[in-house]
Design a protein around this ligand. Sequence first.
Ligand SMILES: C[S@@+](CC[C@H](N)C(=O)[O-])C[C@H]1O[C@@H](n2cnc3c(N)ncnc32)[C@H](O)[C@@H]1O
Length: 284
Amino acid sequence: MLSDMTQLQIAPSLRLDDIRHLVVMAKSVTGISLDETRTDFIAGRLGRRLAANGLTDYAEYCRLLKSDMAERVAFGEALTTHTTSFFREKAQYDWLLDEGLAELQDGGRTKGRETVFWSAACSTGQEGYSALMTAHAARDGGLRSFEPRLVGTDLSRPVVRRAEQAVYARGETDGIPAELRPRFLLSSKKSTGIYRIVPELRTQSTWRNANLVTGHGLDGIAADVVFLRNVLIYFDAEIRQRVIDNVYRRLRIGGFLMTGHTEASHARRAGLELVRPSIYRKVA
Ligand SMILES: C[S@@+](CC[C@H](N)C(=O)[O-])C[C@H]1O[C@@H](n2cnc3c(N)ncnc32)[C@H](O)[C@@H]1O
């Protein structure tokens, strides 16, 4: 009996003071607005961080967060969600192919320069590569005179590294339309069911760590199409506004901002006009 008891892992308990501290910290490190009542979520995400640091108490963990920059990064990592897929919310890519990309070229707006796609919370890269595949499909369809370039940014360094590697398991590539697969995917010679994005798209891509809330890492971006999808939902109204402003400043006039379909109302702002649900055009 005693030996059973000694093996029991006691889950550290979250006190209200700790929760409040973690909520403030989450907002300052990632911008994410944690719900104080979702203690299961907080404990589920952070329990591993306590264990990794050999701690059994959240108050100690809060003290560690104050003094340890590396742990703050790991904390942000533990709280973020990286779910993504190729051609997620496909209607937006279809619209780009059928209308949006041609409209970008109207009046020679992009003539003589690259057309820049920015995947602003890129996770492991599928969103950005889907945009490039769409751009190439548009070129094949006759929209010849533009050179696509992709910039992918994310708060999380590990996902940015994965995006750059551009290696995906078969299940992850399911969203890629059948007609695009032979052109943009290479099969691994060593492992079955593993694919890599072709060099042509990889060389057109740049990936970097950046924070949409503080603007850190966003210098020099001037985009024609921004994908800001499935990230605004994690922020409160004040942080959302800051993120939208940071993105708006880096979107060229006449360019498009795509949000997640549940997030469209969050992007309302002077200077952005709604083209269709979850697609905005910068007009001023
Ligand atoms: C759910 S994924 C969305 C991925 C992709 N945009 C999509 O719609 O499929 C959210 C991404 O936002 C990133 N993220 C969260 N807070 C961020 C911030 N403050 N700055 C930049 N990226 C952030 C996360 O690391 C995560 O990879």
